[in-house]
Design a protein around this ligand. Structure first.
Ligand code: ADP
Ligand code: MG
Length: 686
């Protein structure tokens, strides 16, 4: 493991602080996380008397060097980050450097450790007072032994549950670790008795260890990716529900998290199957590109913020509904189907006559189509070029405005509420990015997902609003954050006249030389982004270009769907779909947004109507943003397409020197390579 650094104040002040070790399970959690961060493949956990008497964690990880043993006990001492910039790229579970110090202060703690190169040393701390380092014998790895927790803080000791109660909480945490790291072998002993054991044999094995084989038989195993977001794991079938939410685990990049965006997406996907007080079972492993997630948000590290909640929501919802509703593409996501009967689970009555699962689609009788529209090949470059040319002016106008890397994120928005008072909404993502310790409220996630609901609800805003001064501070900090972003963005903006085109690679990457830097542009990602921006702008401005259809599309609805469409007709038309009722249970679409002409209309309306309940709270337009990203992707020139020089120049001009662009899925459009980096590669300089 790299050296342990003592973080300078300017770094730790940016970290959402407040780690409190208040219960034995939090000690277990911190110690096991350290073992995982140390790269251990085998971890043993021993507890006695609910962890009050003893917590011992033994690992075969990288170990701590002799010179670092003392530092490990100091506050703000961590080998995992060294500078503020590292906070943006955290791959470890810990990074605050607080846990060992704060546990040592309230217990008798001994760390014994050996790196592959060094000898094994041991250091004891009595309530934070360090002894001397002793050489001992033993294997590589670390053992942390915590005895007599809270011996010097009787008040905290008094707040603990009974031994059994504390033990149950620890066991829950260990189970969660087993699920979160299926490749690690865990052994867990309670009062000397082996209680749980996993062998590091993968996710299905871990699930069976924790929940039993009968649960696995009730689950779909899925493996899917959309927009750079990958989702793997297990979801209960359409009839397998639990009576509470404790059977739901989400691991984001290996970290257990609770996040309202994700959990609402999942429960909405199950909405048509679950009855009241039935909760789906799931263990999901989600990975998103690092730049769209901010882990440094909550002291207990269980929450995260996404740069764009809607994309995350859309991806997860789409994938899970595709699987549950039996849509054709859902099959691509399924690795293993449930082997047990859908209705045979405990808690779910065996139906005398099994109810018919909602078929998919429930009521549509669409005209047969020769081929699915979704599969239509992408535009030829000539067509795409015409398209680009037609909207060039819009883009130019947009670029003169402030362009932030993540739209909607970090924007300080205000609007006048119904009662005439001015309401402010401040993105919590922006707030946390500046390292402000955040006041958490249960509805904060909801507020993020459905900000508009919250704007309107003036009562709630007034009641919950923080004291003026605190609000003011947040406002000020936000402003600073935005200015920083803008500055950073400006730094990413270059004068296109100072660039020369210097070739392309693999018909995919365009290279431009600019002073002592080379910019490498992904032609597909760039074009995709430009199209997406335009579509989104049009939609936001309600200036959607509409394309009349030669052959109108007709569909049938049931009574609930009919009522839904009627209630939302204005909104549906506003976003560019000209929908008309042509019979008791029939509607006709005779014009659609020009940019969505390649979407599969049948699937689109099916998706909307299949989730009527879900849309009571989510705005239809939000769903469309996801569709826009897909449409942009389809319309954009592809990687591997041989562009002419004129076409390349045109694309580059449209980018207007914005080298900080990200594609709608969050991937970078441009990569910058400095001349010095190249020279280092060739060892011209060191
Ligand atoms: P953090 O995990 O945030 O870095 P901790 O206080 O939990 O802070 O740990 C401090 C440091 O002690 C770690 O950064 C790491 O270098 C070292 N350490 C703690 N536990 C272990 C372990 N099991 N194996 C190797 N190093 C460890
Ligand atoms: Mg730690």
């Amino acid at each position: 493991m790299p050296k342990i650094n003592i973080l300078p104040a300017k770094v730790y002040n940016r970290i959402a602080a407040g780690e409190v070790v208040d219960r034995p399970y939090s000690v277990v959690k911190e110690l096991v996380e350290n073992s995982i961060d140390a790269g251990a493949t085998e971890i043993e956990i021993y507890i006695e008397q609910g962890g009050k008497q003893l917590i011992r964690v033994v690992d075969n990880g990288c170990g701590i060097e002799r010179d670092d043993l003392q530092s490990a006990f100091l506050p703000h001492a961590t080998s995992k980050i060294a500078q503020a910039e590292d906070l943006d790229n955290i791959f470890t579970l810990g990074f605050r450097g607080e846990a060992v110090a704060s546990i040592a202060a309230v217990s008798k703690m001994t760390i014994t450790s050996k790196t592959a190169e060094g000898k094994r040393y041991s250091l004891h701390s009595n309530g934070g007072e360090l002894g001397t380092i002793k050489e001992v014998v033993g294997d590589n790895g670390t053992e942390v032994c915590v005895e007599m927790l809270f011996f010097n803080t009787p008040v905290r000791l008094g707040f603990l549950k009974t031994d059994k109660g504390e033990e149950a909480d620890i066991t829950n945490f260990v189970s969660r670790f087993i699920l979160s790291r299926p490749e690690i072998s865990f052994t867990y002993y309670v009062n000397g008795k082996k209680t749980l054991q996993s062998f590091g044999g993968g996710a299905a094995e871990a699930l069976v260890e924790v929940y039993g084989a009968a649960t696995l038989a009730q689950c779909y195993e899925i493996n899917a990716e959309r927009h750079g977001i990958s989702i793997r794991g297990f979801i209960g079938n359409q009839g397998y529900f639990k009576a509470n939410k404790s059977y739901q685990s989400i691991f984001l990049s290996g970290r257990y998290i609770q996040n309202l965006t994700i959990s609402s997406a999942i429960s909405n996907a199950y909405a048509s199957y679950a009855m009241k007080r039935q909760y789906p079972f799931y263990v999901l492993y989600i990975d998103v590109p690092g730049e769209i997630v901010d882990v440094n948000v909550h002291p207990n590290k269980a929450d995260v913020r996404f740069a764009d909640n809607k994309i995350v929501y859309g991806c997860i919802y789409t994938i899970l509904s595709a699987v549950l509703d039996g849509q054709p593409q859902g099959m691509d996501y399924v690795v293993r189907r449930p082997t047990a009967s859908v209705y045979a689970d405990e808690g779910v009555q065996e139906a005398v006559e099994p109810p018919v699962l909602p078929s998919y689609p429930p009521v549509f009788k669409p005209e047969p189509k020769p081929e699915t529209i979704e599969e239509t090949p992408a535009l030829t470059y000539e067509e795409a070029k015409k398209e680009v040319a037609s909207w060039a002016p819009t883009i130019t106008v947009k670029k003169s405005e402030v362009a932030l890397p993540f739209e909607g994120v970090g924007k300080q928005r205000s609007r006048v509420g119904g009662s005439g008072e001015k309401l402010t909404y401040v993105s919590s993502f922006a707030k946390t990015k500046v390292g402000k310790k955040e006041k958490t409220r249960d509805d904060s996630g909801l507020r993020e997902i459905f900000p508009d609901l919250y704007y309107r609800d003036t009562d709630m805003q007034v009641k919950d609003s923080k004291p003026q001064t605190e609000e003011q501070n947040v406002f000020e900090e936000n402003k600073r954050f935005l200015q920083d972003l803008e500055r950073k963005n400006k730094q990413n903006r270059i004068d296109i006249n100072s660039c020369t085109f210097s070739g392309k690679l693999f018909n995919t990457y365009l290279m431009y030389e600019c002073g002592d830097k080379v910019y490498i542009i992904d032609q597909h990602a760039a074009h995709e982004r430009l199209i997406y921006d335009r579509l989104k702008e049009q939609m936001d401005a309600r200036r959607v270009m509409v394309q009349p259809m030669l052959v109108p599309y007709e569909f049938e609805v049931n009574a609930a769907e009919q009522a839904f469409i009627e209630a939302h007709l204005g909104e549906i038309r506003e976003i560019g779909f000209n929908v008309k009722q042509i019979g008791m249970d029939r509607f006709m679409v005779n014009a659609i947004p020009l940019d969505l002409q390649y979407i599969n209309l049948e699937a689109f309306f099916r998706e909307i109507l299949g989730n009527i309940e879900g849309y009571n709270s989510i705005r239809l337009t939000d769903l469309l943003k996801d569709k826009l990203a897909t449409a942009a992707c389809k319309a954009a020139v592809k990687g591997g397409m041989d562009l002419t020089r004129a076409e390349i120049d045109e694309l580059f001009e449209l980018m207007d020197g914005d080298m900080g662009l990200k594609c709608p899925h969050g991937r970078p459009v441009v990569v910058k390579v400095a001349r010095t980096e190249l020279e280092k590669m060739f060892k011209r300089i060191v």
